[in-house]
Design a protein around this ligand. Structure first.
Ligand SMILES: [Fe+2]
Length: 471
């Protein structure tokens, strides 16, 4: 008799306790709680021939984006051999494609599993993470939409599906429906950090800064304890404070929450780096934090595994003055762009290398090169993954280069882009003020600076007003 998991999807596992252990592990993975890998190992110990826990372990390890985990994942896939039912063999094929550096095909193969088994929430989440790395915003939304007709509120894990849909809707700019889906997910299960995160993104994209702070702080008891994703929600909280100009609070969150223990987990290092780089662009003294972070990136400098990671390694090396390591990253990106295979080669060519060159130029103060590289690449930067909020770091770097390089008209234009999208964000008005001031200096228009100060004051009083409203 074919057994099924909690979502009535067939498994080849024969022991009920092993199936339950695997289901428990997958639920931990959906919520990023505890240690899903250890939980899967318990399932494997109960039934060493079971395929699903092994292929789940491989998929989770691969989608960390860490080269260091590939050998363990490959060993699991080898251990499975030709075993498994149709669903499980679909997972194996996806993992093999990932190991062959073809992330696009891997994600498509997990998508194929979902055509036959739309309640395979493991395949859904692995594909969702893959869509994120590939910058496939539309599929972040629509891959989840495809399976929704097969789910009911009573299906175990439905809230996680809604949370994924919420994030996809947000990345596609459908903010109202994203917030609705995220809040619905949280009504079903308050302990859904991805749904919390989706709504946090909505508030970030709409410039609802005090409301975003309240959103994350009021729910922290649900999403933070024992959670492997909490560093990122803390990062979002710091992002709101950053744009309010509360730099001391940002550094407090950095030390206590974003980078409390010198983690070597790349996704955590990325957020730490991205926050320090934003502070770096603002001219904030971050003490010796760059040195510690650059030390953590050093062993990965030659990885050339995923351009998004490489770009963040570059930021750390440039800011810390590690020229040799920065050169190693650039050489890896160049080699991938010229001779690489698979998804990473295209990412390196189209996005990673120009971004790396721009960051190196930023370190030298060669503003014209930064501008020349970033103006075109920021328009296609989704191809190396990340969220809109994360990739905004490229636009922030570009406008800073324009300001420092005396390119007043460009800076003014870029500032106008930002204020039109998020008029309630005071940092955008500060950039506007700097651009306007520069333009005034260059054109002799003395009224420009005074006018800019008025704009900043007006924006900050609006923020104060919304803080009162949301309190
Ligand atoms: Fe995020």
């Amino acid at each position: 008799m074919t057994l099924t998991d909690r979502r009535l999807t067939p498994v080849s596992t024969t022991r009920r306790d092993a199936i339950d252990a695997c289901d428990d592990a997958i639920e931990l993975f959906h919520g990023f709680y505890g240690n899903p890998i250890e939980a899967l190992e318990r399932a494997i110990a109960l039934e060493p021939d079971a395929v699903l826990p092994r292929v789940a372990r491989a998929g989770i390890l691969l989608t960390t984006s860490e080269k260091a985990h590939e050998s363990a994942a490959a060993a699991e896939i080898d251990a499975i051999g030709a075993r498994g039912n149709e669903r499980e063999r679909g997972h194996v094929a996806a993992c093999r494609a990932w190991l062959e550096r073809d992330w696009r095909r891997a994600v498509r193969l997990w998508g194929d599993v979902l055509l036959d088994y739309p309640r395979d929430s493991l395949a859904l989440q692995l594909a969702h993470i893959g869509d994120f790395y590939l910058g496939q915003s539309q599929m972040l939304r629509d891959r989840v939409a495809r399976v929704l007709p097969y789910w009911r509120e009573s299906t175990p894990g439905f809230n996680f599906v809604l949370g994924m849909h919420a994030f996809g809707l947000e990345e596609c700019g459908d903010y109202a429906r994203a917030e609705q889906a995220g809040r619905h997910a949280l009504e079903l299960n308050a302990r859904d950090p991805w749904a919390v995160h989706a709504v946090a993104h909505v508030m970030e994209m709409q410039g609802r800064l005090p409301e975003g702070i309240q959103w994350l702080e009021s729910r922290a008891a649900d999403w933070a304890p024992d959670n492997g994703f909490s560093y990122h929600n803390w990062w979002h909280l710091a992002l709101y404070h950053l744009d309010l100009g509360e730099h001391a609070k940002v550094l407090e969150l950095y030390d206590a929450r974003i980078r409390p223990s010198g983690s070597k987990v790349i996704l955590e290092m990325i957020d730490a780096t991205a926050m320090l780089w934003r502070l770096h662009l603002r001219g904030v003294d971050v003490g010796n934090r760059w040195g510690e972070l650059a030390d953590a990136w050093e062993p990965l400098a030659a990885d050339a595994h995923y351009a998004f990671n490489d770009a963040h390694a570059m930021m750390a090396f440039v800011a810390a003055g590690r020229e040799a390591a920065a050169h190693t990253v650039l050489a890896g990106l160049r080699a991938s762009a010229d001779h690489g295979v698979g998804t990473h080669a295209a990412m390196a060519r189209e996005v990673g290398l120009p971004v790396g060159v721009a960051l190196a130029a930023f370190g030298r103060g060669d503003w014209d090169v930064v501008i020349e590289m970033l103006r075109p690449v920021r328009l296609v930067a989704h191809r190396f993954g990340g969220s809109h909020a994360q990739r905004d770091i490229l636009s922030l770097t570009l406008i800073e280069a324009a300001l420092r390089g005396g390119r007043a008209k460009l800076a003014r234009a870029l500032a106008a882009e930002r204020t039109q999208v998020k008029p309630s964000n005071p940092f955008n008005w500060r950039l506007t003020a700097r651009a306007q001031s520069l333009l005034g200096e260059q054109t002799g228009a003395k009224h420009a600076q005074a006018w800019s100060r008025t704009l900043v004051t007006a924006a900050e009083s609006r923020i104060g007003g919304s803080a009162t409203l949301s309190a």
